[in-house]
Ligand binder design. Structure first.
Ligand SMILES: NC(=O)c1ccc[n+]([C@@H]2O[C@H](COP(=O)([O-])OP(=O)(O)OC[C@H]3O[C@@H](n4cnc5c(N)ncnc54)[C@H](OP(=O)(O)O)[C@@H]3O)[C@@H](O)[C@H]2O)c1
Length: 282
């Protein structure tokens, strides 16, 4: 029976998941050490208890949920292992099966039991039904944490790393196709045929103009962390002897949009401008 859940780190997704567990009567803890003011404010708002640092979080948690930017997943696992944590860690990061294997081995070296997981859908609030996919034995143990919450636990009834593989396949399309759309819009602008392209889309691909606007607004503020996710997908495809170039290119597209981190949702025109004239701040 899970009584205390530790969240590392309560971003938009982790904090909303924590709030679901708080709403079902669980204690949810997190560690503010090293985290930004945005994360502190979000966790407070969601009723999560700040225990200070990772050591304190691990001492009090039966189960730890790791949900952070994909590029940090292995480092977070190493920090947990360094504390010799022997509880259960649900790794719900958007990482390749190979990276999930590294996370699993790292955490196991510290004594933890690892659950392969992934998330599809927006942060679970209100009516939204976000899916938390789990692979491996014991998935039902976590269902009580989120009973009646807008977070649907899906037991894949498959061995790890099926949950990570599913996320890679899902995001390969949902985010990879957004990267392709942005590159197409930027090229059409560069070539002076954007209005003609939009006219033709209206006739033959009527959803693409609206989709460009919607995906620009959605992707802009998150693009900084989608770079590593695209690289994880490229590695996933390469490991399966499939072409990986689509997602290396998508990573480059999102890298050029990194300046929108923490800002308002950009218009497609802003995205096109960034792709054609990339920021050079690093
Ligand atoms: N948001 C979504 O719609 C969505 C959907 C599906 C899956 N996910 C999964 O959730 C993950 C996080 O997304 P999010 O929306 O919660 O992102 P987010 O709002 O940007 O939050 C990221 C959190 O991770 C923390 N963080 C940054 N660098 C870290 C590091 N090196 N070590 C530990 N923590 C670090 C941040 O802390 P600071 O504030 O201190 O930087 C912040 O609390 C994604 O990568 C993806 O795997 C998200």
């Amino acid at each position: 029976m899970v009584t205390t859940l530790g969240i590392c780190a309560p971003g938009a997704m982790g904090s909303a998941i924590g709030a679901c567990a708080v709403a079902t009567g669980h204690r949810v803890v997190w560690a503010s050490q090293g985290r930004s003011r945005d994360t502190v404010a979000r966790a407070e708002e969601d009723g999560l208890t700040d225990v200070g640092d990772l050591g304190a979080l691990l001492e009090t948690s039966d189960v730890v949920l790791s949900v952070c930017p994909p590029h940090a997943a292995v480092d977070v696992a190493a920090e947990i292992a360094a504390h010799g944590y022997a509880g259960t860690v649900i790794d719900a990061n958007a990482i390749s099966p190979a990276t999930m294997g590294r996370v699993q081995r790292t955490l196991a070296s510290g004594g933890a039991t690892v659950v392969d997981a992934s998330i599809v859908g927006p942060p679970p609030r209100g009516e939204d039904r976000t899916r938390l996919f789990l692979a491996g034995a014991g998935a039902e143990r976590f269902a009580a944490l989120f009973a009646d919450a807008p977070l649907h636990i899906v037991d894949l009834h498959a061995a790890p790393p099926a949950a990570s593989a599913l996320k890679m396949a899902y995001a390969a399309w949902s985010k990879g196709s957004a990267g392709l759309l942005f590159a197409v819009r930027a090229y059409a602008s560069h070539a002076g045929v954007e209005d003609a392209l939009l006219d033709e889309w209206e006739r033959s691909q009527p959803d693409l103009a609206e989709r460009s606007d919607r995906q620009a607004a959605d992707a802009g503020p998150k693009a900084w962390r989608w770079v590593a996710e695209m690289e994880e997908i490229a590695a996933t495809l390469d490991d399966a002897s499939l072409p990986d170039g689509f997602h290396h290119a998508a990573a480059e597209v999102f890298h050029r949009l990194r300046g929108h981190r923490g800002g308002p949702p950009p218009a497609i025109e802003d995205v096109v401008a960034d792709l054609l004239d990339p920021p050079t701040d690093d």
